[in-house]
Design a protein around this ligand. Sequence first.
Ligand code: SF4
Length: 411
Amino acid sequence: MNSHLPDLAAGIVKEVQNNLLIWFDSHARDLPWRLTPSHYGTWISEIMLQQTTVKTVIPYWKEFMFLFPDVESLALASESEVLSAWSGLGFYRRASNLHKAARLIVKNHNGELPRNRKQWQAMPGVGTYASGAIASIALGQVVPAIDGNAKRVLSRLVFSDPELCIQTKPSELERIANQLVHKQRPGRWNEAIMELGAKICRPSEPKCSECPVFDYCKAGPAGMTDQIPPTKKKLSAVAISLATIVVQHKGHYLLLAPGQPVLVGSSNKFPIGRSDTSGLHKGLWTIPTSAWFHKSGPSDEYLTHPGFVNRWFENSPLGVQLFPFVKSVRLHPSFSHHITHYRLKVYTWRVTLAENGQIASLLSPPEEGFCKILPLLNFEENVAIFSDLSGSLPISKLVAKSVESKLKEDD
Ligand code: SF4
């Protein structure tokens, strides 16, 4: 049975709005997108902030705004440049969608950013929450923006009975959210309720004694915050083992271009597959990588077998005969890495190429730019290059961690 939430009394709405806005005016964090507010900057910050903490986003937002200060510069950039600026921030589809939206805006709308929530929602990667946030903060449109923090605050404000909270349709809570949006300061209101959720009305142990809306809250005074809203079952972590291969020569590393069918397991022991089964690293440059193995199999033995690197190159569709040029192959202690609900145990093999001989001259620092094709290794054009990682190729954190991982006795 779905429950019907009664509207809040007009007097309560006013009191909650006033108290929260007064609190926010003196407690708002000095975030860079608040200090120099702009329509474009708000859009970038809202997309970056999805599933990412404010602390992580700040340096990325500043750098992104420096590299792409407006929608035109973003549209003109290549996808690789955009992904590069996003490298390490994760959830790379957000960056691709941002880039697509910028191109759409420039091509179809003369570079003019959407003028309301509906238009924003038509843009790639902009959903209900982000469109509400951008339209209210940057355009002053009276619409709510309900992220996880706001939803928690709203639920606690109106429910003291956990069962009722579970039975009530989301649209009922949205109606209350609509009612609460401040008509003159909608953006400020949305920021305030989200900030309250982040700083005071935290998921566990909320600081109710410091809360500006305590007098109007149902769950807080009733001591029900541990049950409202009900905690979602977390996706249980999936344990994965994999191995990466760092091929290096004089500070340069073998990188593979996005979209290549990089390896695989062993053709006789494990099924062949793409290295990144999740597609989470679409558009990024990578390094030779094993398939992702569920922890239950005999994968660790396979991934750490002394013949692993050799097998990788033998089975690779790249057709590279690396071994005549190898000086040493060493296995690093494994490191752990988390991607969404995957808990990865990553073994890294480090292959150092010989100093001299034919291969050495091919791998010398690039003559032009920061990359060089290696035709004599039978790499197809744009498939594999040696690149200085300080260059601007987009890579994932997993690749960066593999390249940076060191043997204990490493040089
Ligand atoms: S009183 Fe407590 S539960 Fe209610 S909104 Fe404030 S912090 Fe959240």
